[in-house]
Design a binder for this molecule. Sequence first.
Ligand code: DOR
Ligand code: ZN
Ligand code: ZN
Length: 439
Amino acid sequence: MKTLIKGGRVLDPASKTDAVKDVLFEDGVILKVAENITDDAENVIDADGMFVMPGLIDLHVHFREPGFEHKETIRTGARAAARGGFTTVCAMPNTKPAIDSVEMVRYIIDKAKEVTDINVLPIAAITAGQDGEYITDFEKLKENGAVAVSEDGKSVMNARVARQAMRLAAEVDIPVFAHCEDKNLVARGVMNAGEKAKEMGFYGIMNAVEDVIVARDILLAKNTGARLHLCHCSTKDSVRMVELAKKEGLQVTAEVTPHHFTLTEDAITSDDANFKMNPPLRKQEDVDELKEGLSSGIMDCISTDHAPHHKTEKERSFVDAPFGITGLETSVALTITELVDKGVLTPLQMAERMSYTPAQIIKSDRGTLLEGRPADITIIDPADEYVIDSSMFASMGKNTPFNGKTVKGRVRYTIAGGKTVYSYRPGCECIVDKDVPKL
Ligand code: DOR
Ligand code: ZN
Ligand code: ZN
C-alpha cells in the first residue's frame, strides 16, 4: 500500500531540507520527497501545519526486561516510544540478568521483534553483571546486534578497567556510552548539592561527581581512540569539557535529557520522588549552558533516559525511592516548549538532535527521509497546546515531574517501517500493536 503525506513542513537534516513538501512511501521504504507529488496513493495523510521528521531515535531508555517487569516490559516500553514519536530506541543493559552475553543480546532482539514494530536495539554491558571487573566480549556482542556498550546506572570506577574497555571498544569500533558518576564522591547524595539540599535536609550530589568522570573518560578516549558518548550530561563543566574534546578532534559525543534542560533543583519543593533522578536537577547556570550547548551543537543529541519505576517504589520518601523518571512520552513536547518555541533550536535542529545525529552515533542508516531509506517518520503538530496527563501514558511508569504541566507540541503519527504504530486526532488516540502471527 502506498501512503502520501501531503503538505507538511519536511525537516530532514541529511539533505538540509526545511520546506513544505510531500512524502511518498510504499512497502516500508521512502519513494519520494518533493513538492506537490501527484500519486493515486491509497492512503493520504494531510500534514498541513505539521512537522514531518525522520522517525525519532532515543539512544537511552530503560525497558527493565528481563527482571523488573513490574516497572516496564519491552512491549509497554515500545508502546510508550511509539506514543512519544520514537521509531528507534536503544535499551540499556541494567536488567536482571544484565545484558552482558550474546544470549541476552539475542533475547532482547528476539523479544522486541515479537512484540513491536519499532526498532529496539540492545546496548550491552561493559563488564559481566555490570560488576566493574571482567570485560565482556565486545566483538561477539556487536556481531549479534549490540549497538553500544555501557555500564549505565553507574560508572566503571576502576580506571584500568575503564581504559582497557575503551581500548577494546576502539578495536571493534563500538561506541562506549558513559554514565559519569564517581561512586566515592557521590556518597549518600540524593539531589544537587548546595543551599537547596540543605533547606530540604538531603545529602547533596556535587557537580564534581559527574565532572571528574567526564574528564577521566575524555582523557581515556584520547588515550585509546575510543568513540565515547557521554550520557545525560547535567553540568556546565561537562559542556565545556565536551567542547574542548571536540576542538581536539576526539570522537566524543554527548546527550542532554529534557528534564535537565527544563528544570532546576528549585522544582523540588516537597518530598516527591518524581523529581529524583541521577544525575540530579542542577542550577540555572548549568541549564543555561546545556541549552547553549544544544543550540551550538556541542551537545549532540537529546535522549530521554526513560527510567520507569513502580508506583509503590516512587511513593517512598525522596531518600529511599529509586533514581529515575519516565521520558518517552514527554520528550517531544518539552523540546518544542523549552527549545524550539524559545528559539534555542530551529525545527530542523530539533530533527537533528532527536533523529539524525543519534543515528550517526550508532551508525544507523535511519534518521533521514532520503529516498530508499526505511519509512520511519514522525509527524508532529507543533502548535497543539495541552496539559501532560501521566495517567494517559502507555508506559507502566507514571513517574514524571511533568504531570499537570502545560506544553505545546503533540505527536500525531509515528510510522515505523511504513506501518503507523501510533496516531492521534482529538478524541481518538491509537497505538497499533504488532500483528500476532496466525498459527
Ligand atoms: O535516574 C536514573 N535512573 N539514572 C540512571 O543512571 C539509572 C536509571 C535507572 O535505571 O533507573
Ligand atoms: Zn545513567
Ligand atoms: Zn540511564
